[in-house]
Design a binder for this molecule. Structure first.
Ligand code: RB5
Length: 147
């Protein structure tokens, strides 16, 4: 993925530190990042930030988004309520690669209380650079739209 691809990000308080770390990493790597918050470790509802980010990806304003909460579970649940969103909770490298190859994931979800920052950076790297394989996998993901 080209570093000109804009990325929309969001987190709750439990994901704030990891979001900040990844945002800084992406920014120095020349990615354009829109940060929907949260902007501190004060307690907030992950739902509010998942809705903002998934809404922008669903609307086509962004092709890629990254969400972080404590486990990644709540964020992936809320994001996958949105049409055209394929949010993948990937706290390991293999899942991140396969979520791109087979599922064309367009939102990466991370657990800030699950993965360390260096692993998260590698997960983001492989997720951004791994292409969708298409073919038989395309017809499978297209069936999501029939629900
Ligand atoms: C916040 O305490 C925590 O519940 C949230 O970050 C997330 O893990 C929810 O799924």
């Amino acid at each position: 993925m080209e570093s000109t691809t804009p990325i929309v990000m969001g987190s709750d308080h439990a994901g704030y530190a990891l979001k900040k770390f990844i945002k800084e990493y992406l920014t120095v790597s020349d990615f354009e990042v829109e940060d929907c918050g949260t902007f501190s470790e004060d307690s907030v509802d992950y739902t509010d930030f998942g809705i903002q980010v998934a809404g922008k990806v669903s609307a086509g304003d962004f092709n890629r988004g990254i969400l972080v909460c404590g486990t990644g579970l709540g964020m992936s649940m809320v994001a996958n309520r949105f049409k055209k969103v394929r949010a993948a909770l990937c706290n390991d490298l293999f899942s991140a690669i396969m979520s791109r190859r087979h599922n064309d994931s367009n939102i990466l979800v991370l657990g800030g209380r699950v993965v360390g920052s260096e692993l998260a950076k590698e997960i983001v790297n492989v997720w951004l650079k791994t292409p969708f394989e298409g073919g038989r996998h395309r017809k499978r993901i297209e069936k999501f739209d029939t629900i």
